[in-house]
Ligand binder design. Structure first.
Ligand SMILES: C[S@@+](CC[C@H](N)C(=O)[O-])C[C@H]1O[C@@H](n2cnc3c(N)ncnc32)[C@H](O)[C@@H]1O
Length: 420
């Protein structure tokens, strides 16, 4: 039997087992469906089930970095375990916070990570070199706080004066180390954690109460939030917060996982390019791509990231121009068509692409069905569409998950294989 057929039969029996486990008389339940549809005259199987759940084997704490429209680690894990072996290379061309590559690293795979937003590399790369907490504490203790530093814009709407001096001093230290070529893994770790802690909605963040940490509101909107809530920013001890988050990220990482991450990070590629043009990646080198592209113009990455870009001295205006923000499905398909051609080039013969799209515009657009012809045109064979349907649970109700309407969270993944 061909491996593609084996995967199909695995998905079918898996789906049935899951349906059995979850069937619960009287509840709306998890009704598994296997449905054949025709797209452009080609028969495609849709597998609808709860393939991964929040109750399943817990995700590693090292993933707990928020990023807009990120997927849960269980999603890439499902495909990595099904479609690759240790030492195979796993790729994500739209890497975001790096969920696919971090999970791949934990599982002993090699990794390539790309995202046109350089923040992605800042959030991802350092987690392949998890530090010892004492080293982070020592480095932080060497950063002296300069009360005379002034930001280019008025950030007092978000931060207490003393907190802001600390943020500016940490930022200056990190920039200085980068500019002098002295930046090391500990600096990169501090930059990653501080970026993640800039703004949020609890005392675990540097800012006054605001939106969840993956979205920064404008100065104007924050002013309104402060007025409505009658709040002014309180002092936050930034070094303490960085250490607390460091501990939390490392809390359930095993020695074996740490070692795997280090090996994967050392040989890994981290690039900041348009996903359609990645000459750094060799032809026929990737066993499996697990990815989730930007969906039309739903997520405004520029609005969400301005403060994180500022902290890392990145040119947000320049980056925004390169982020794909297609207004129509036609525009989106043109961009993704080029991405599929590039994925075809980098994928090994018999290698796989798992291309995730959510449900958008109140389910009026089935992007998954638009993806099938794009993969075909590039030369891939489509092995079906996997629809992971999850009833909403409290733990699933966290930031970064799309499609939270009506108590469900649905991922649609189109599976392609490169022929021999
Ligand atoms: C849906 S998010 C991916 C989230 C990721 N799966 C995670 O778990 O964090 C899409 C990503 O695509 C990136 N992006 C947008 N246009 C791009 C392009 N043309 N080339 C490469 N990356 C792009 C965005 O910066 C964003 O990080």
């Amino acid at each position: 039997m061909e491996f593609g057929d084996e995967v199909a039969s695995h998905l079918q029996s898996f789906a049935r087992e899951e349906a059995h486990k979850h069937s619960n008389p009287g509840s709306s339940g998890n009704v598994t469906k296997i449905q054949n549809i025709f797209i452009d005259g080609i028969e495609i199987t849709k597998y609808v089930s709860e393939f991964w759940t929040s109750k399943q084997r817990q995700a590693s704490s090292i993933h707990e970095i928020s990023y807009r429209a990120c997927f849960k680690p269980q999603l890439p894990r499902f495909f990595i375990e099904l479609l690759s072996n240790e030492d195979d290379t796993i790729y994500d061309p739209f890497s975001g916070r790096g969920t696919t590559v971090v999970e791949a690293g934990l599982l002993g795979r090699k990794i390539f990570s790309n995202d046109v937003n350089p923040l992605s590399e800042i959030l991802t790369r350092s987690r392949f070199v998890p530090p010892v907490i004492g080293d982070v504490a020592e480095r932080l203790s060497l950063i002296s706080i300069d009360k005379g530093l002034v930001p280019e814009m008025d950030l007092s709407i978000f931060f207490h004066e003393k907190t802001l001096s600390e943020i500016l001093s940490i930022r200056k230290h990190l920039c200085g180390r980068k500019d002098s070529g002295d930046e090391d893994d500990i600096d990169r770790w501090i930059a990653m954690v501080a970026t993640n802690r800039l703004t949020g909605h609890s005392s675990g963040f540097f800012s006054v109460y605001t939106l969840p940490p993956n979205q920064a509101v404008s100065l104007e909107s924050q002013k309104k939030i402060n007025e409505v809530r009658g709040q002014t920013p309180e002092y936050r001890n930034t070094k303490e917060i960085i250490l607390r988050k460091t501990n939390s990220l490392l809390r359930n990482l095993t020695l074996g996982q740490k070692a795997n991450l280090k090996v994967a990070g050392r040989s890994g590629l981290f690039i900041n390019q348009n996903a359609a043009y990645t000459p750094e990646i060799g032809s026929n080198s990737v066993q499996l791509t697990v990815t989730s592209p930007p969906f039309l113009n739903i997520v405004q990455y520029s609005k969400d990231n301005w403060l994180r870009w500022w902290f890392n001295s990145l040119d947000g205006d320049k980056i925004s121009k390169h982020i794909t923000m297609a207004k129509t499905v036609e525009q989106w398909s043109t961009v993704m068509g080029s991405v599929f051609n590039e994925l075809y080039r980098v994928t090994k013969p018999k290698g796989w692409v798992a291309f995730e799209v959510g449900e958008i515009r109140n389910r009026t657009v089935n992007l998954d069905e638009h993806v099938v012809p794009l993969g075909h045109s590039a030369g891939f064979e489509c092995h079906g569409i996997l629809v992971n349907f999850q009833e909403f649970t409290k733990t699933a109700n966290i930031w970064g998950i799309r499609n939270m309407k009506s108590g469900t969270n649905t991922n649609r993944i189109v599976m392609f294989q490169k022929p021999n």
